[in-house]
Ligand binder design. Structure first.
Ligand code: PLP
Ligand code: COI
Length: 349
């Protein structure tokens, strides 16, 4: 007989990055100025009023996290406190109520625990993607904040975001569209940023790239970020740089990689505006990083009508990104010592 610890019979190595139904999701409602306790629900459907500000005025935000199984069977989250903090920064920016840290973590943990059967086993290369979301659901017509909100957490077992397993070498194309204005919502995880980026992604894919690379929208000179990930660069002279911009998402993965680059590889880390065309010749290895993207080396970049290639003409993964990937993923999967206290166990029983 199947126990509560039984796993789903899935082809874990070939999941792709897509939605798969699981048993339960967590939902809490904000009404009359207070959050409900929240509970697990079975239906993946949300019934919202047709006048919901989430539908009309994009008053909604989300987070992205992963749970992984360690060699000893523990289920680990990676720095969930930072996702909670970021959701609340976004909530403030969009005039939504904050989700208390305790409610956020409880919702994430309950959703993972209830769907334990879908948490990919250690060594499968897959992980459980976790999608916390906050949406304005109360009826409304004028342009004002909703009066009611839902905080929901659903999960889905996923494989790599980009097609191939392990470290996929990807390509990016500099976009003619802007993603976010300097004092707009680019630094917040608001769904509206992504709707605006869909056409840029399509155009990039028409050029044969995986994603668009956005430059700063004020001058179109400095690197901002990719459609679903931040950018990190191994530069000549043992430097490791990432763009400083108030229009990009403060990536949890990027912050962790910068720390590892300094602590473990002894690189000189730099967070500063990076002028693409002026500095391109100094780029040795470039990568996109994020929860879904993990650390994906960029083999080539479409800029000003031509492809510019990075490490080994984009044919192999460079040594710096390989080391950083191994360190990051090793910590996330509980294979390497967690010296910085980044992993958070979800107890299952
Ligand atoms: N930038 C964008 C636009 C993203 O959607 C993501 C994904 O969450 C990231 C960067 C990476 O952030 P994180 O590492 O916190 O997942
Ligand atoms: C994530 O990496 O968690 C994201 O939210 C990116 C998304 C476009 C899949």
């Amino acid at each position: 007989m199947a126990t509560s610890k039984a796993k789903q019979d899935l082809d874990w190595a070939n999941l792709g990055f897509k939605y798969r139904p699981t048993k339960a999701r967590f939902s809490a409602i904000y009404r009359n100025g207070a959050w409900s306790e929240g509970a697990l629900v079975e239906s993946p459907m949300i019934e919202v009023h047709e006048g919901a500000p989430a539908l009309h005025y994009a008053q909604q935000c989300f987070e992205g996290m992963k749970a992984q199984t360690a060699p000893d069977g523990r289920v680990l989250l990676f720095r969930p406190d930072l996702n909670s903090e970021r959701m609340n920064r976004t909530a403030d920016r969009l005039l939504m109520p904050q989700v208390p840290r305790e409610l956020f973590l409880r919702g994430v943990e309950e959703a993972v625990r209830a769907n334990y059967a879908w948490v990919p086993p250690h060594g499968s290369g897959a992980s459980l993607y976790i999608r916390p979301m906050l949406i304005g659901v109360g009826e409304n017509l004028g342009l004002r904040p909703a009066t009611e909100y839902e905080f929901r957490v659903f999960v889905s077992p996923v494989g790599p975001y980009y097609k191939s397993a392990g470290m996929a070498i990807i390509s990016l194309a500099v976009s003619d569209f802007d993603r976010a204005a300097p004092a707009g919502t680019g630094a917040y995880k608001a769904g509206a940023n992504y709707a605006g980026g869909l056409l840029a992604t399509k155009k990039a894919q028409e050029l044969g790239a995986n994603e668009a690379l956005f430059l700063d929208s004020a001058k179109r000179l400095y690197i901002d970020e990719a459609g679903s990930a931040n950018i990190v660069i191994a530069m000549k002279g043992n430097r490791f740089a990432t763009p400083k911009s108030n229009a990009i998402l403060p990536s949890v993965t990027r912050r962790s990689i910068m720390t590892l680059a300094e602590q473990k590889l002894g690189l000189q880390i730099e967070e500063r505006p990076i002028e693409l065309r002026k500095e391109l010749a100094d780029f040795e290895e470039v990568a996109a990083c994020g929860t879904a993207a993990v650390l994906s080396p960029v083999g080539k970049l479409w800029v000003d009508g031509q492809w510019h290639h990075f490490h080994d003409k984009g044919e192999s993964v460079g040594p710096v990104m390989q080391k950083l990937y191994d360190l990051l993923v090793g910590i996330q999967r509980g294979e390497l010592a967690d010296e910085n206290g980044w992993v958070h166990e979800v107890t299952i029983d």
